[in-house]
Design a protein around this ligand. Structure first.
Ligand SMILES: Nc1ncnc2c1ncn2[C@@H]1O[C@H](COP(=O)(O)OP(=O)(O)OP(=O)(O)O)[C@@H](O)[C@H]1O
Ligand SMILES: [Mg+2]
Length: 290
């Protein structure tokens, strides 16, 4: 599966993801060098899906941590199961026994959150740990993450230090709402995912919309390129291209003309301002009809 870059690219393709050579190489290195990889790029360009597809290609679980402002270590790492501890105390009391602190802070009452789960994953292959939208988490969290990625250990004061048997393959994604710290970047391989060219968009559509006619996949890909040249507020990305193609396919569109676009515009443009801009540019022109 990971003997060579082309082999990994092929496995990713079988898992429903078309990676160009650069991205396939970066993911290959992340796996083979056991180094975290940071994926950046516009929304909808396939950052999250890259990690998901990698886990499918490697036939290993995906463990996902979605980052957000205020993400706490209790959500990311582990938490004590407080209701269960209380219940344990009550039940022991009913039996006329007493639970010691050591009993209460034991494995039985530990809730592993994604980071701990990834460290403790028993194998046979390392899990893919997706740390999604890391730019949304706070600085302190980033610092903690850095340590965790470097050491692949987690210390639980009551239980001691856990060292990963199989350090996870860490895939971090960022939409660049803020710059990440140099220290974190230094630790990671880096790959910018750009919006793919027309041919690749068409290939992705064919892969993701089974049964779609080749001409329709091609026309959608070309039109998406024209939309993007209009400098819209939210230019359609890969996600929108797939969505639009799927809508046209479901409606049984026999050509991509002004009327077909009018009926399916909601799948490709998500802002009123962008609709107006496209109307002004001329619907027929955008779909290359006349
Ligand atoms: N190279 C690709 N091959 C196949 N499908 C793709 C590819 N790139 C993107 N997609 C599809 O496009 C959609 C959007 O991708 P994804 O959610 O991974 O984007 P993202 O970069 O994580 O976006 P966001 O920043 O909004 O989270 C998904 O349905 C994904 O499967
Ligand atoms: Mg994403």
């Amino acid at each position: 599966m990971t003997e060579s870059v082309p082999e990994l690219a092929e496995s990713l393709g079988a898992a429903g993801y078309l990676a160009d050579e650069q991205l396939a190489t970066a993911l290959f290195l992340a796996v083979r060098m056991a180094q975290p990889i940071l994926l950046e790029g516009e929304p909808g360009v396939g950052k999250t899906e890259a990690a998901k597809a990698l886990s499918r290609a490697l036939d290993t679980p995906l463990i996902r941590l979605q980052c957000y402002e205020g993400l706490s270590l209790a959500d990311a790492l582990y938490e004590w199961n407080y209701p269960r501890q209380l219940l344990g105390i009550r039940l022991a009391e009913a039996r006329g026994e007493q639970l010691s602190e050591v009993d209460l802070f034991s494995e039985d009452y530990l809730l592993a959150r994604p980071l701990l789960a990834a460290i403790e994953h028993p194998g046979p292959r390392p899990a893919v740990l997706l740390i999604d939208e890391v730019d949304r988490a706070d600085d302190e969290f980033e610092a903690f993450l850095l340590e965790l990625l470097a050491e692949a250990t987690v210390t639980i004061p009551e239980l001691g230090t856990r060292r990963a048997v199989l350090p996870p393959i860490a895939v971090l994604t960022s939409n660049r709402t803020r710059e990440l710290h140099d220290a974190l970047k230094r630790r990671c391989l880096y790959q910018w995912i750009a919006h793919p060219g027309t041919e690749r968009v068409a290939a992705i559509i064919r892969l993701r919309v089974p049964g779609i006619a080749d001409w329709l996949a091609d026309r959608v890909a070309v039109s998406v390129g024209r939309f993007r040249a209009l400098e819209l507020y939210k230019p359609p990305g890969v996600a929108e291209a797939i969505n639009w193609a799927a809508a046209l396919h479901v409606l049984g569109a026999e050509s991509l003309d002004e009327s077909a676009l009018r009926h399916t515009m909601s799948a490709v443009l998500k802002y009123e301002e962008d609709r107006t801009a496209v109307e002004a540019a001329g619907l027929a022109r955008v779909v290359g009809d006349g």
